[in-house]
Design a protein around this ligand. Structure first.
Ligand code: DGT
Ligand code: CA
Ligand code: ZN
Length: 575
């Protein structure tokens, strides 16, 4: 899959154009194209010109550039442009909040070419005094660098999963594998992944190893053995592949799925029963006899436990729950009846209302809520009051004619920096679904930020708080809020919290979801889709919900439409 490469190059082109002070429209076009390519589930290298042109933001010129790059391996325009950029630009720009112009300045004035250079200068307070750099900027830069160093070595799930899928599909095509499963944190759907652990069985393990280390995406081979090899991909992700014997596959799968903490508890239980469990099987300690190991379920059965889904194997109470036969019946993608946070071309989405309805119908949904940005969000082409009323009317007209799918008219209303909402209640009341969220002022104090969320939740018109912590995995930490207070207010006011399914958000995270569930707070799993393929992000969100132990009854958009509307009314009735 070449999508991430192409997206990275387009982003870098945009950075360099920005340094050169080129036309902002052109710069934005490259960024938009990069974003949309990055999120594609299909490989751009396998797409014809016609298909490329269907990607939002890709015109003839960019389609041609994509073709050039994927067929020749380089892009002339980019190679030329790079000569005008300072060295280390991409590295410097990976520091959150640091733009291309500043990067250029840092290079020209101080010869800063790497993050280490930058950190030294910032720590010594030597950036201050450069045009546009204040004490605050210096602090932000240091905070950004600390974050990068903390995250280093872990990748967002959304970047790793497509790589793992591609590797497995290649192995299936080209080598004699029988079983083939990604274990480890990937099988548990953790939001960040250190490395990919693939497990397989085969008649000819050596052949499998050979194909694996010669995959085109293997940039480096760390180790090659008869049944275990490790490679590093172009993205820098390490992949371990093991071939195990058929009669140990189940116990190996349980072992390598982890988590480590979960495994330790399982082994303790085994010891108490006079058993030994390892990656080779389950054994009677006294006789040494092998009791099982072919199937993963053997492990649980022999211990007298129900099957524990991989998503909750974190030693976070699942063993205790299993012992009492009180495991949750986790929500499933099939339980989801609609998406309550999607954007149309009234703001920064790609599709018309009609088109959105068509996509939703194809997904088999009963309803979706169209929730475009409010006017405060200039960058996202937020709607004026006239526009949203117009959209509300268009949606109501649509529903009158539509049998199968119903649209909820809605808004993603911006919570301003003083906590006020961007539209007056008289407007919000006219809409079916109001979701509120923070898009600015991330650096405010904990008290201010918490206060903004709390006052939004206290508004009876607000049904959902979207992406409650604002994090972007690997790019921006969650803003500083008092989560206890937020959860308490959600409970008291009957406000729903979103599990934003965008793979770079996954916000709320698993730990907060679990806490919210324990408090009896309702949650909604939404994609925040801006274009058609992003509707598929739903499964990421559902997996996070499962990691937070959610059942169908905990999820707002697992309700049918009548119950959903009742839920919204209940909170509004409190005014
Ligand atoms: P990460 O950090 O995203 O790669 O997370 P995991 O869980 O994939 O961790 P990893 O790749 O180090 O190991 C994969 C699984 O193998 C892990 O979840 C449990 C199992 N495992 C590996 N080493 C040990 C160990 O020393 N003790 C136990 N009990 N389990 C281990
Ligand atoms: Ca791993
Ligand atoms: Zn949104």
């Amino acid at each position: 899959m070449r999508n991430q490469e192409v997206a990275r190059i387009f982003n870098e082109i945009a950075d360099i154009l920005e340094i050169k002070g080129e036309n902002p429209f052109r710069i934005r076009a490259y960024r938009r194209a990069a974003r949309n390519i990055d999120g594609l589930t299909r490989d751009v290298a396998a797409m014809h010109e016609k298909e490329l042109l269907k990607i939002p933001g890709i015109g003839a010129d960019l389609a041609e550039k994509i073709r050039e790059y994927v067929t020749t391996g380089t892009l002339k325009f980019y190679e030329e442009l790079k000569k005008e950029a300072p060295p280390g630009l991409a590295e410097i720009l990976s520091v959150p909040g640091l733009g291309p112009r500043t990067a250029m300045l840092l290079f020209e004035k101080l010869k800063i070419k790497s993050i280490d250079d930058l950190q030294r200068y910032a720590e010594e307070g030597r950036l201050k005094g450069l045009p546009g750099i204040k004490e605050r900027t210096e602090e932000n830069i240091l905070r950004g660098i600390a974050m990068i160093k903390r995250h280093s070595g872990r990748f967002p799930l959304g970047r790793v999963l497509p790589v793992a899928e591609e590797i497995m599909s290649e192995l299936r095509k080209r080598s004699p594998v029988r079983e083939l499963v990604a274990a480890g944190s990937l099988r548990r759907w953790k939001d960040t992944i250190k490395d990919i652990d693939i497990l397989s069985t085969s008649r000819d393990p050596e052949k499998v190893m050979d194909v694996f280390v010669h995959l085109p995406l293997a940039r480096e081979v760390l180790m090659k053995g008869p049944t275990k090899s490790s490679i590093v991909t172009g993205e820098g992700i390490q992949v371990d592949l093991r071939v195990v014997s058929e009669d140990s596959f189940g116990s190996a799968l349980a072992y390598f799925t982890g988590s480590r903490a979960h495994n330790i508890r399982i082994r303790e239980l085994a010891v108490k029963k006079g058993l030994k469990i390892n990656e080779y099987g389950i054994f009677d300690v006294r006789t040494g006899k092998k009791l099982g190991g072919r199937r993963e379920s053997d492990v649980f059965k022999i211990l007298g436990l129900p099957f524990i889904p991989p998503e909750i194997r974190e030693d976070a109470g699942e063993i205790e729950a299993a012992l009492e036969n009180a495991l949750p019946r986790l929500v499933d993608t099939g339980d989801i009846k609609g998406d309550l946070h999607v954007h149309s071309n009234y703001s920064d989405g790609s599709h018309s209302i009609q088109e959105l309805a068509g996509i939703a119908e194809k997904k088999g949904y009963e309803y979706i809520a169209v929730t475009d940005h409010s006017k405060g969000l200039g960058v996202a082409r937020g709607m004026s009051i006239e526009q949203i009323l117009q959209q509300n009317k268009e949606i109501k007209d649509f529903n009158r004619k539509s049998e199968r799918i119903k649209l909820l008219s809605g808004v993603e209303v911006d919570i301003r920096s003083d906590g006020a909402l961007d539209y007056p209640d008289e407007v919000l009341e006219k809409l079916d679904m109001v979701i509120a969220s923070i898009h600015s002022g991330f650096r405010q104090s904990r008290r201010q930020l918490t206060g903004r969320l709390v006052s939004a939740m206290k508004n009876p018109c607000v049904t959902i708080i979207a992406h409650p912590t604002g994090r972007l995995i690997g790019e921006r930490d969650a803003y500083d809020i008092d989560m206890e207070e937020v959860l308490k207010t959600a409970k008291e006011t009957g406000t729903v919290l979103e599990i934003n399914a965008h793979p770079l958000r996954l916000d709320l995270n698993d730990i907060h979801i679990k806490k919210a569930r324990e408090m009896g707070i309702c949650m909604a799993v939404n994609t925040d889709a801006h274009t058609d393929f992003q509707f598929d992000f739903m499964h990421y969100g559902v997996r996070m919900a499962r990691r937070g132990w959610l059942e169908k009854k905990d999820v707002l958009n697992a309700l049918d439409r009548n119950r959903l509307m009742k839920h919204i009314k209940n909170k509004r009735a409190k005014r």
